[in-house]
Design a protein around this ligand. Structure first.
Ligand SMILES: *Cc1c(COP(=O)(O)O)cnc(C)c1O
Length: 231
């Protein structure tokens, strides 16, 4: 199948899930996860109308940014080390992987230098799996409390990765839990933390995530085919 056909199928599946989740499909934003694919493929996606790209490695994002610049919005979706923030701070539009106070302070410092406000999502380990990055729900609230006064870090939502399971239906409860957490925190911390985005759902489970309220899905394989992501 061509990339165009895969993309169209993905967009159709987003629409169907949005109907089931009683969301407007235009409000569900698709991030094409382009890790490991090259610029020519990304350009193809741009020509097909994709405007949000997700990358999980600083070096790769920087290299691709040099080629594509602001033609797209850049989403940093992978674990971010503090010492690398300075390389992407002038490039990224969203950071989905905020998972510590120290990282927030570094983003604040680097963004302050260039007078940018970075939209950040807190990564939550909602399933409690040991292998996952992200904060517990309790620590998420603790972080919000601590970073209330940072002026260059704008919290716009929560992100999670569900456990990989054969039957995607089993991920539903995690997405539901994240949605509940998001609503609770919004009541308490809005408008400091607007919680307008729920970044959840990947190839295996994005329809279920949308049914449960996701409006920012990160999809790689369904659009670009199997790749060897490595570790
Ligand atoms: C790779 C990756 C995705 C996309 O995964 P697919 O299963 O290929 O859709 C989404 N989110 C994160 C954080 C990733 O690293």
């Amino acid at each position: 199948m061509s990339i165009e056909a895969r993309l169209n199928t993905t967009l159709d599946r987003i629409k169907e899930a949005a109907v089931r989740g009683e969301q407007k499909h235009e409000e569900v934003r698709l991030i094409a996860v382009t890790k490991t694919v090259d610029i020519d493929v990304m350009q193809q996606l741009i020509d097909l109308g994709v405007r949000d790209m997700g990358e999980n490695k600083v070096q790769e994002l920087t290299r691709k940014y040099e080629a594509l610049g602001n033609k797209v919005k850049w989403h940093m979706i992978g674990h971010l080390q503090r010492n690398k923030v300075k390389y992407i701070i002038d490039k990224v539009d969203f950071i989905h992987s905020l998972d510590s106070y120290a990282l927030a302070l570094e983003i604040e410092k680097q963004a302050g230098k260039i007078n940018r406000v970075i939209e950040c999502l807190i990564q939550v380990n909602i399933s409690g799996e040991e292998s996952k990055y992200g904060l517990t729900p309790k620590a998420t609230e603790g972080l919000l409390e601590k970073i209330k006064d940072l002026s260059h870090v704008q919290i716009v939502g929560l992100m999670t990765m569900a456990p990989y399971v054969d039957n995607p239906e089993e991920t539903r409860m995690y997405f539901r839990d994240l949605k509940i957490l998001s609503s609770t925190l919004e009541k308490k911390y809005g408008p400091t933390a607007t919680m307008k985005y729920l970044s959840m759902g990947m190839t295996n489970d994005f329809q279920i995530a949308i049914e449960e309220g996701s409006n920012l899905v990160r999809v790689g394989t369904a659009i670009l085919g199997e790749r060897n992501y490595g570790k």
